[in-house]
Design a protein around this ligand. Structure first.
Ligand code: SAM
Length: 258
């Protein structure tokens, strides 16, 4: 198990879909225009959100290799029109290079990057560069949060949450909110042309009340060990009733120069 439930991924799916930057998505479609029989590699594929978002942007047929350590999540993945899929249960820390044979045309990952360490990201870029693959990462948490109305514990909770983000989640000491910037810099120094855009969640009650409540609960649980259970519970209880929440994310498209 990965700690990410199908219920959590389903709860965030609409917010993720509307947050993805449409300019970068269009650029991705343009990049592959006129090409078909493409191979796509989705790292940390979960239930297949990336496949559902990206497949319609690119001409069929496409073959998708969906890699995740959680077989129960992969079981939810279904082929999109014009695609074939292969589910691969794998720990990305153990055998990343095995996923690059045969070489993918596109490597993609959504809501994964903040779990990754610098060495792992460097290895990913080297593997992608080695085969000239494009890279498209979406919804990487960048550390910006705004909860309304404000609460006296917001700053303490955010600092503790960022500390928790930097724990090792299995892919090296995680860069958390710094992962997107590290990926962008590493890609540029490897000759990639890099395009970036914000993909923030803009949540508002009552429509997003369930996601806001789940986010508040998960954040409170993550920081309880640092700021103390009492303060975490006070913050979590207040935040379950927040009216508006912005969570900062970044999308990135990197194209290999020949
Ligand atoms: C936040 S979820 C995102 C899932 C999906 N990409 C989406 O956007 O809905 C992170 C995913 O990464 C997977 N994951 C985390 N660490 C992993 C590892 N070391 N090896 C393989 N998969 C991993 C989890 O199982 C989970 O499915």
């Amino acid at each position: 198990m990965s700690g990410f439930s199908a219920e959590w991924l389903a709860l965030r799916a609409d917010a993720d879909a509307s947050a993805r930057d449409q300019g970068l998505a269009a650029l991705l479609g343009d990049h592959f225009e006129g090409r078909s029989a493409l191979r796509m590699l989705d790292l940390g594929a979960g239930t297949g959100a990336n496949l559902r978002a990206i497949a319609p942007l690119i001409d069929p047929p496409q073959h998708w290799l969906l890699a995740d350590r959680d077989a129960a999540l992969l079981a939810y993945c279904e082929p999109a029109p014009g695609t074939t899929i292969e589910r691969r249960q794998i720990d990305l820390a153990a055998d990343l290079s095995g996923l690059f044979d045969p070489a993918p045309d596109l490597v993609t990952a959504s809501a994964l990057l903040d779990l990754c360490g610098a060495d792992w990201i460097d290895r990913l870029v080297a593997l992608a560069r080695g085969c000239g693959a494009a890279l498209y990462t979406t919804l990487s948490y960048d550390g910006r949060e705004q909860w309304r109305p404000p609460h006296r514990l917001d700053a303490a909770v955010l600092a503790a949450f960022h500390a928790d983000q930097r724990r090792d989640k299995g892919l090296g000491p995680a860069l958390g909110p710094g992962s997107h910037a590290h990926l962008a810099a590493t890609l540029r120094s490897n000759g990639y042309q890099v395009f970036e855009a914000p993909s923030d969640w803009h949540l508002a009650a009552p429509g997003d009340a369930a996601l806001i409540a789940a986010l508040a609960g998960a954040t409170a649980a993550a920081v309880a060990g640092t700021i103390g259970a009492d303060r975490a519970n006070i913050w979590g209880a207040a935040r379950r009733a927040a009216h508006r929440v912005t969570i900062g994310h970044r999308d990135l498209l990197a194209l290999a120069s020949n």
